[in-house]
Design a protein around this ligand. Structure first.
Ligand SMILES: [Zn+2]
Length: 95
């Protein structure tokens, strides 16, 4: 295309004319892809959180209070849940 101010031939995707600096009228807008990814990550975090809670409730119902089995379960659950949350936070910051 040509600059509407100075008539210089410029690239079709150019936002500003390199010769006179005049705006070409093309808006170099980026697609809102990031927003979709963020909401997806948010849903993932929520799912992870609720699945973890469901797992905890099931585990607490299965094992009687004060038993070694329950203490072992709580330790295992805490480590697993902690690691998965850490991974989610890591990916959330990375993306
Ligand atoms: Zn120009």
């Amino acid at each position: 295309m040509y600059c509407r101010k100075c008539g210089e031939q410029i690239l079709d995707e150019a936002v500003i004319c390199p010769k006179c600096g005049c705006e070409t009228g093309i808006k170099n807008e980026k697609l809102p892809v990031l927003d979709a990814d963020e909401s997806k990550t948010g849903i993932g975090v929520l799912c992870e959180f609720f699945l973890g809670l469901i797992g905890l409730i099931i585990g607490l119902c299965l094992y009687k209070e004060g038993t070694v089995a329950r203490q072992t379960f709580m330790k295992g659950w805490g480590i697993t849940f902690g690691i998965s949350i850490a991974f989610l936070v890591f990916f959330y910051i990375l993306i």
